[in-house]
Design a protein around this ligand. Structure first.
Ligand SMILES: C[S@@+](CC[C@H](N)C(=O)[O-])C[C@H]1O[C@@H](n2cnc3c(N)ncnc32)[C@H](O)[C@@H]1O
Length: 314
């Protein structure tokens, strides 16, 4: 059996267990490297978000942010904090963050963050950045309290289709590597909520994986293996309650944002860091045949949309 199919089988079996979530969490902690995490695998986030961090779309300093699907390690959020964000709410449908993971992430960003930003040409106040990260040092068990004191709040589990925030509460709604794992009907609701909670002229920034993430190191399949199948077939053989890939293409996300009343300003298709391939030579289900090559070959979509300022009537 191909290794990706074994992974799906494992997800399906664990997902069917009464305590499947806890089993998955144990496996991730003990077997999938979360305990001793290698943060060098995550610095690509800074490449993808460097223009946000530099303040090209909004002034990070003093702004309020909310993240959808914060995951296990608050890498991007800690950079935003270091750059002076006033308030950051990290949300997730599941409570993945543990004090140990957060403390490790703080150590990484404290030790390497300023150099990583400088290496990408981001202009920032190095002393201020370092001071904000240094202030988060302390005992592991109180790490969430310390974050809270500097304006970083972890709220999980939280369902962003019914976000408990006021209209226009945030300058920026963002996510990394999250939206591609959300079923389409849920995603439409998330975009609607996003459009509600972001301020007028505020921004929505998502970096979205659009390749098949069963295509890993040494995998026998390519980055768009999942596009061989019909929607029904893929739901049956590829998706599970623990791991879902919607297979939306970049243009679909642009349409979702536009449909939610947001004005898309950037839709960068990013191609690097997955094995390159010739679209002519991959098998595609008719649903995906005839799409522009960029819609198939792209690894990530970097999407930036702005909430239009309402025009006053009269
Ligand atoms: C691949 S992880 C990425 C985590 C993190 N953003 C990062 O870059 O490391 C995807 C995250 O999306 C979250 N997620 C999945 N479905 C979600 C939903 N419907 N609403 C909010 N978060 C969701 C998962 O719990 C998980 O934390």
């Amino acid at each position: 059996m191909e290794s990706w199919r074994k992974r799906v089988l494992m997800f399906k079996v664990i997902g069917a267990l009464p305590l499947g979530g806890a089993v998955m969490s144990w496996l991730r902690h003990n077997r999938a490297g979360l305990k001793n995490y290698d943060f060098s695998t995550r610095t690509y986030i800074l490449d993808d978000f460097s223009r946000l961090l530099e303040g090209e779309y909004l002034d990070v300093e003093g702004a309020s942010f909310v993240e959808i699907g914060g995951g296990w390690h608050p890498v991007l959020s800690l950079f935003l904090h270091g750059l002076g964000a006033e308030r950051i709410v990290l949300t997730d449908i599941a409570r993945h963050m543990r004090p140990q993971y957060v403390a490790q992430t703080i150590d990484f960003v404290r030790s390497h963050g300023a150099d990583e930003l400088a290496a990408r040409g981001v202009r920032f106040d190095r002393d201020a950045f370092q001071g904000r990260l240094d202030a988060l040092r302390g005992s592991e068990s109180e790490v969430f309290d310390r974050m809270e004191r500097v304006g970083m709040t972890y709220r999980a589990p939280l369902d962003f289709t019914r976000a408990p925030f006021a209209d226009g509460e945030f300058d920026c709604v963002y996510s990394n590597s999250c939206l591609g794992y959300i079923p389409v009907p849920v995603l439409s609701e998330i975009f609607a909520e996003t459009s509600r909670v972001v301020k007028q002229n505020g921004v929505v920034v998502h970096s979205i994986h659009v390749y098949d993430d069963f295509c890993g190191d040494g995998s026998e399949i390519g980055p768009v293996n999942f596009l061989k199948y019909s929607a029904d077939e893929w739901n049956r053989i590829g998706n599970s309650s623990i791991h879902h890939q919607s297979r939306l293409r970049p243009k679909d996300y642009v349409d979702l944002a536009t449909g939610a009343g947001l004005a898309v300003e950037v839709e960068d298709r990013i191609f690097k860091r997955i094995p390159d391939f010739d679209v002519e030579n991959v098998e595609l289900h008719p649903d995906f045949q005839g799409l522009p090559e960029d819609e198939i070959r792209c690894r990530n979509l970097f999407l930036l949309a702005r909430k239009p300022v309402a025009q006053s009537v009269g």
